[in-house]
Design a protein around this ligand. Structure first.
Ligand code: ATP
Length: 429
């Protein structure tokens, strides 16, 4: 359908309940504005008349409930109009969640159950539009004045912070169609790997820690509790991936499971969860607008995401290159590390590395280009259960001088000297 378009200003007229699907070109940004009517991008209304600039490679849809005229300036990879979208079914889900939030708000705050708003989890295969649906539900709720909690368990292509993490943040305003989630103060736990199978046990521990922290917050904050949460998950739904989904549903006490784009997963979950009468499993159609991404594109997206952390979406941040002495910083890896010698084990037993054990890491050139998390822990034994303050990237290691150069978002001392090492790397290009 879509074809590359030439630069220049042009207008597109959208009928009611239609959307304009756009893939911004690889190199140049696209300017777009709403000329007449009303329209939204993934749940966030467009301001009238004002030109918005979308960065290269962004993929999005401008949807209108009642009709709109959109103007674009610049070339795109593709853009086309679609008159079949699942948005009505998505907004119907939103309406049901809204009812539950209102009931939770009206109930007595002393009753933890009835004052609890919906806990929604969005599941489905890769490229089924999970992140997009999550975003719509959050933005629609925020528009109505709620502050729902966004939980992102997708360590591969998360939307809250860089890859390799599980994270949560309250959504106080509809999500900006260009900027995405504000990166200010999310609650982040660092897995250090983009695929959870690199350390499944650690992933589970971190999901548990994240849920505990949110649970504590909900216990003391009736407003957050009534607004509830929307959880985005990863697209890995087979084998261990499926087990991790069940683990997430259980850990967060999800009571609404939205299954996107796969009949099989829907029927399996429906069956597995039938003993839990307060959990609703709902099947939703995948949007035809979702753009599939292959492994290479995903890898690229991850790199852009890390770049954005340091430099900002439009190069508006100035990260700082800092130098520290070897003795100033402490590096730890979680899991693996030295194993019990075979001689110390019963005959026939294989040495197993404890996946959640904290292992000090010696400073050497293997650390080069690794992206490390700065822990909030005060003591090493708190590292696993602590959330993180931010990230640094090692750019040079001078062994003779015992100096480390690293890129950090700011100048000056790090919030802590404990750094977590994973397999996440970034090469500035
Ligand atoms: P994964 O699990 O693999 O991370 P996902 O299921 O979360 O993927 P999304 O990230 O929601 O999928 O969607 C994939 C891409 O398609 C995104 O770039 C998103 O912006 C784009 N997209 C989703 N819906 C539409 C649409 N209706 N029109 C245009 N682009 C869309």
């Amino acid at each position: 359908v879509g074809a590359p378009t030439m630069a220049g200003t042009r207008q597109v007229k959208l009928d009611k309940e239609c959307e304009l699907r756009v893939e911004v070109g690889a190199d140049t940004p696209l300017r777009l504005r709403l000329v007449t009517g009303t329209a939204e991008i993934f749940g966030t209304e467009l301001p009238p008349e004002i030109w918005l600039t979308f960065p290269p490679r962004l993929k999005f849809a401008v949807f209108t409930w009642y009709g709109a005229t959109i103007e674009m300036d610049g070339s795109t990879e593709t853009d086309y109009t679609a008159d079949e979208t699942p948005t009505v079914s998505y907004v119907n889900v939103h309406a049901i969640l809204e009812g539950r939030r209102n009931r939770a708000k009206a109930s007595s705050t002393s009753d933890p159950d009835s004052s609890q708003g919906p806990r929604v989890i969005v599941v489905g295969p890769t490229d089924s539009g999970k992140s997009t649906l999550t975003r719509m539900l959050l933005s629609w709720a925020a528009k109505q004045g709620w502050k729902p909690t966004f939980v992102d368990l997708d360590s591969g292509q998360g939307s809250i912070t860089i890859p390799g993490c599980v994270a949560a943040t309250p959504i106080e305003l509809p999500i900006d169609p260009v900027e995405g989630i504000p990166l200010d103060m999310p609650l982040v736990y660092f897995l250090g790997h983009t695929i959870p199978s690199a350390n499944t046990e650690l992933y589970k521990v971190l999901v548990k820690e994240l849920s505990r922290t949110i649970e504590r917050h909900f216990a003391g904050n009736a407003e957050a509790r009534a607004a509830g949460m929307v959880i985005n998950t990863m697209g890995w739904i087979e084998g261990v991936g499926y087990e991790l989904l069940l683990h997430a549903i259980d850990t967060f006490n999800a009571n609404v499971v939205l299954v996107l784009g796969q009949e099989k997963l829907y029927s399996i979950l429906k069956d597995v969860l039938k003993n839990k009468p307060n959990v609703d499993v709902v099947k939703l159609q995948k949007s035809g607008g979702v753009v599939s991404r292959n492994a290479k594109v995903r890898q690229k997206d991850r790199n852009y995401r890390i770049r954005e952390y340091f430099y900002g979406l439009t190069n508006d941040l100035s990260p700082h290159s800092n130098i520290a002495s070897f003795s100033d910083l402490f590096f730890y890896r979680i899991g693996g590390g030295p194993q019990a010698p075979r001689s110390a084990l019963p005959i026939g037993a294989e040495p197993v590395a404890d996946p959640t054990r904290l292992v000090p890491v010696n400073i050497n050139r293997d650390l080069l280009h690794l992206v490390l998390a700065v822990s909030f822990a005060k003591e090493p034994d708190q590292i696993i259960s602590s959330n993180i303050a931010g990230f640094i990237c090692i750019t040079d290691i001078d062994i003779p001088r015992k100096k480390i150069t690293y890129l950090a978002p700011t100048v000056g001392e790090l919030p802590s000297r404990f750094l977590i090492v994973g397999s996440l790397t970034w090469l500035e290009t």
